[in-house]
Design a protein around this ligand. Structure first.
Ligand code: MRU
Length: 352
């Protein structure tokens, strides 16, 4: 079993490379990988060595620095450097399509590149500083989300979560699991039910690991079990993360989240999304505009390299689904808990 300590940083810039925890190895091994060039960062995001919307945002920001370091070795003019780096940044932003934090963080780096009158070494220095700033802010934001969220966790609550929106999906502390951490700090009778989260099993492999290591009681259930436990009165609230939230509050998160939200509505259980404002994409009106990543069929047909179904069976593997805003009780952000009407409360949060 991997040794995980939730005080560690999931991803961190060190001198001239990015160090991250390899999340494909959980729960067996805890290993860091050093990513030293832009293409390796693109691949690390795509193959989910780093995953979770806020963490891949930081990975994208680091990836731009890595590309900048490589281009700096090519004796380009400043204009050529800027042009090529912007192309590389756009490429980095395309590594995964659903989580908007990736595009958001790369955009922050692009603004530095485009607005800079500096020479190439100074641009690179500024990109590094900005990457570090985004890292540090991520943890601060998650703690704020945690504290706001803890206010709506009932005493002794059992919180159902889906996928992993924890320390390992962010730089540290987590969003949905940040709410759990803050609630647990005030009330040690709080506990979690974690959906397994097929096909990649982030709930089983990652959420149970990080909660267990923090001493927070967690019960693993398979994805189809949530309505059973809700009917029995064993779930008091649902709290999940998000990969992209539209201007009307529709929220994309790991495939299966929509099912959980429908079940919660039917059983009158509050359903919360916990996410930073960087996950909100005000350029899109509704969830219909969110691009859903289609992932490899092997994720469905195989577990641990072994087939689990008939050879040649048809497969469809969307990585995410969209929960309509009508099913969401509140969106827990670093600016407080947003309530319906989301169009209005989202706008207000950005103007706070
Ligand atoms: O495919 P993944 O593992 O990157 O998906 C992660 C999720 O869906 C998380 O719930 C979401 O990114 C929020 S993480 C704070």
């Amino acid at each position: 079993m991997a040794e995980f300590n939730s005080k560690i940083r999931t991803i961190e810039w060190i001198d001239n490379y990015s160090r991250m925890v390899d999340q494909t190895k959980f729960p067996y091994e805890f290993e860091y990988v050093n990513i030293t060039n832009g293409q390796d960062m693109f691949d690390a995001i795509k193959t989910m060595i780093v995953r979770g919307a806020p963490a891949i945002g930081i990975a994208g920001a680091h990836g731009v620095v890595l590309f900048a370091q490589e281009l700096a070795k090519q004796n380009l003019s400043k204009n050529e450097f800027v042009k090529k780096l912007i192309e590389k940044a756009d490429y980095m932003a395309s590594a995964r399509p659903t989580a908007v934090n990736l595009m958001w963080a790369v955009q922050k780096q692009k603004e530095i590149i485009k607005n800079s009158n500096d020479n190439i070494p100074t641009i690179i220095e500024k990109l590094k500083i900005n990457g570090k700033k985004l890292e540090n802010e991520d943890i601060e934001i998650n703690k704020k989300i945690g504290n706001y969220g803890a206010e709506v966790v009932p005493k002794g609550a059992t919180i159902l979560t889906h996928c992993n929106a924890g320390a390992l999906a962010t730089v540290g502390y987590g969003t949905a699991l940040g709410v759990v951490r803050s609630a647990f700090a005030n009330d040690p009778t709080v506990q979690v039910f974690a959906d397994e989260t097929r096909p990649r099993q982030q709930g089983a492999r990652i959420t149970t690991l990080e909660l267990t290591m923090d001493g927070i009681p967690v019960t693993l259930i398979t994805d189809g079990m949530c309505s059973y436990f809700m009917k029995k009165g064993m779930i008091d609230m649902v709290c999940v993360g998000a990969d992209r939230i539209a201007a009307n509050g529709d929220a994309a998160n790991k495939i299966g989240t929509y099912t959980v939200a429908i079940c919660a509505k039917y059983h009158n259980i509050p359903f919360y999304i916990a996410a930073p404002l960087s996950t909100i994409d005000r350029n899109i009106k509704s969830g219909d505009e969110i691009i859903i990543e289609e992932r490899s069929h092997d994720e469905v047909t195989h577990i641990n390299g072994k087939p689990i179904c008939a050879d040649g069976v048809n497969i469809i593997n969307p990585g995410f689904d969209v929960t309509p805003h009508e099913l969401i009780t509140g969106i827990i952000t670093e600016k407080g808990i947003l309530k319906p009407d989301y169009k209005k409360s989202i706008e207000e949060a950005f103007n706070k």
